[in-house]
Design a protein around this ligand. Structure first.
Ligand code: G1P
Length: 288
């Protein structure tokens, strides 16, 4: 079954990017000429998803504004002969649908995803954390396939050095990796102390979840950091249903901090047909 909806939690305050985020939500920071959230949306569309559910905050009206049609701007662009740019703007939300829902209280990732319940409905769906950008849609498409074939939820994982595991959700794998990077999961722990982590495989910001997770999200009680943790809802799922992880083999960029954002901009810029060549020659000039 093809997953139709992707939930993008985008209600955070962006404190790691202050003062830049005082006026501009970090999901709208540019990667080249695209807001970062559009890079995530393009990844979803490439995996066959056609409904984007953005969980925003009323203190960040610019996020919803990005998706609204702006007739005056389109007229101004056409009058200047900039039809190509106008066409790019018209394409936002044309072949796909966007729903904006609001998380009024920042109670944690589990709560944020729970705010999307009505917009998604009772069917499998993706969750895409916009602090991580992927170089292609291949990972999400593979996760969709694993969810279809196993009937259970799937998380993306990455292998990290031991000392980093306590910053992430960590899986407890049931066995070895298959040739295509799939691994059965028996348990998941949110930000465990290094010496208690069940593995070095951390949850990497992409999820394909079966609809029974809504019940587990509803039942959440405060976990790590006093927040309603999505990982705890997944832990309950893994205890009674098939649950798998897919080891990410696509380029993965952590844009959750200023240095990561800068390096992601450069790496993704190098792959851009418009910017790549000039950016590469600028960077090689710096090295001389
Ligand atoms: C969240 C999740 C965590 C996951 C991480 C990936 O943590 O709770 O399980 O590993 O995203 O980026 P956060 O970064 O919001 O603290």
């Amino acid at each position: 079954m093809q997953v139709r909806s992707a939930v993008i939690p985008a209600a955070g305050l962006g404190t790691r990017f202050l003062p830049a985020t005082k006026a501009v939500p970090k999901e709208l920071f540019p990667i080249g000429d695209q807001p970062a959230i559009q890079v995530v949306i393009d990844e979803a569309l490439g995996a066959g998803i056609d409904h984007i559910v953005v969980v925003s905050s009323r203190s960040k009206p610019a996020v919803a504004q990005y998706f609204e049609a702006d007739a005056e701007l389109l007229d101004a662009l056409e009058a200047k002969g900039k039809s190509d740019t106008a066409e790019r703007l018209r394409a936002i939300g044309r072949d796909w649908r966007v729903s904006i829902v609001y998380q009024d209280d920042p109670k944690g990732l589990g709560h944020a995803v729970g705010c999307a319940r009505e917009a998604v409905g009772v069917e499998p769906f993706a969750v895409m954390l916009p602090d991580e950008l992927m170089a292609s849609s291949g990972l999400l498409a593979q996760m969709n396939g694993v969810c279809s074939s196993t009937g259970g939820s799937v998380v993306a994982v990455a292998e990290v050095p031991r000392h980093q595991v306590s910053s992430y959700g960590v899986i407890d794998p049931a066995g070895p990796l298959s040739a295509d990077g799939v691994i059965a999961v028996t348990d998941l722990v949110e930000k465990p102390p290094v010496d208690e982590a069940p593995s070095n495989f951390i949850i990497a910001g992409r999820y394909v979840l079966t609809a029974d997770v809504w019940v587990e999200i509803d039942a959440l009680t405060p976990g790590r950091g006093g927040e309603l943790q999505l990982t705890d809802a997944l832990r309950a799922q893994a205890a009674r249903s098939p649950f798998h992880a897919v080891l990410s083999d696509v380029g993965r960029y952590d844009t959750g901090n200023p240095l990561g954002f800068l390096t992601a901009s450069i790496e993704l810029g190098l792959t851009s047909p418009e910017l790549g060549t000039d950016l590469r020659s600028f960077l090689s000039g710096l090295g001389t």
